[in-house]
Design a protein around this ligand. Sequence first.
Ligand code: SF4
Length: 182
Amino acid sequence: MGIILEKTPIILNKIPGGTIALTTADFFINWARKSSIWPLTFGLACCAIEMMAAYATRFDFDRFGVFPRPTPRQADLMLVAGTVVKKMASPLIRIYRQMPEPKFVIAMGSCADCGGPFYDSYSVVKGVDKIMPVDVYLAGCPPRPEALMYAVQKLQEKIGKMEIKENSGATAGQESGARREL
Ligand code: SF4
């Protein structure tokens, strides 16, 4: 409790019989949201092995409140780990749209960022941001689990700055603005 209060913009007022704590709704909701990120794992190629390692005992992603979910309806983060081929673009978009708002995307590895070593291939999407909005780009081929943790921390920082009034419009606007050139 002490650790939370030290970092919380909070007003403590003594009242008869106890103490009342006040904070903003934005801060409280963002704090809850960023402390329980549930990623829909979308492992497509070798980067997925590093993603899986992040959940294993040595790195223990659960400490961040990050639990992998096998269904888009329970997930708020899509973790695209690997090469997105054009054949997979359509299922990827469909699953992304099944996720509830607000939702976030991390492009893990060079392939998801820009096509990576397969940039010149006729069959590879040259970056997952061609088909959906991306919040954090994670470089590397492959990035290590530590790098993935850093990317999640960056996403947590971003979530911490969200405002309730922006939540509904921001992601939808980004999605409609996302390029869909395959
Ligand atoms: S970025 Fe490298 S390690 Fe990751 S999926 Fe592409 S080729 Fe594999």
